[in-house]
Design a protein. Structure first.
Length: 208
């Protein structure tokens, strides 16, 4: 088989766990995670709070993957970084699914546990975050880019990404100093910011 025939076959071969398949796989995994948590912790207050914690962590992981995708590709030219950048949209939609389950847990806690309290600043910040998540998910398509125009689309997604990063940073960085259990999450947030800054410095220096 010639090189050109091999390349053509590779282009025709469906990629595994990419695009819509990746979103579907992540959604199934997230639903299974929630079901497992409820099976282990029960469907009462303890179980609901556990769902909220675990979906917050899955959301953080998926968000950070999208947040560093282009920066990691700039700094590290490898198949893994290419895959991450290529599937940034799918991972972003998977993040939206995860945070929708997180919101469902919060609403369930508010409805079924009358004594549960919520800090007003957290409610406001969370509401802003969810507004951006909804807008970004709704515009995660080529058609949306054409309708909005590339400049406005980039502005929406860039602003939303930094707003969400700020929310996650405020949630996990202070806790990582107060509770060692949160240290890996705080470190992940700090590492993501360091990657973005390193990629920005490399772009400014004009080194590729």
């Amino acid at each position: 088989m010639s090189v050109s025939e091999t390349a053509a076959r590779a282009r025709r071969s469906p990629r595994r766990l990419e695009g819509g398949r990746l979103v579907a796989a992540c959604a199934l995994a997230l639903v299974a995670m929630v079901a497992l948590v409820l099976a282990l912790e029960g469907s009462g207050e303890a179980g609901i709070r556990a769902v909220i914690r675990w979906t917050a962590r899955s959301s953080l992981a998926l968000f950070l993957a999208t947040f560093v995708a282009s920066s990691l590709r700039r700094l590290w030219r490898a198949p893994a970084s290419a895959w991450l950048l290529r599937n940034r949209r799918a991972l972003g939609l998977s993040f939206a699914v995860s945070h929708a389950l997180h919101l469902a847990g919060i609403l369930a806690l508010a409805a079924w546990v009358p004594t549960a309290t919520f800090v007003p600043a957290t409610v406001v910040g969370g509401g802003i975050g969810y507004a951006f998540i909804a807008a970004m998910a709704a515009t995660s398509s080529d058609a949306a880019v054409r309708r909005l125009g590339a400049r406005r689309w980039r502005l929406l997604h860039r602003t939303g990404s930094w707003v969400l990063f700020a929310i996650f940073a405020q949630s996990y960085l202070p806790r990582s100093f107060a509770n060692p259990a949160y240290a890996p999450l705080g470190l992940a947030v700090a590492a993501a910011l360091a990657l973005r800054l390193a990629a920005w410095r490399k772009a400014r220096a004009g080194t590729f």
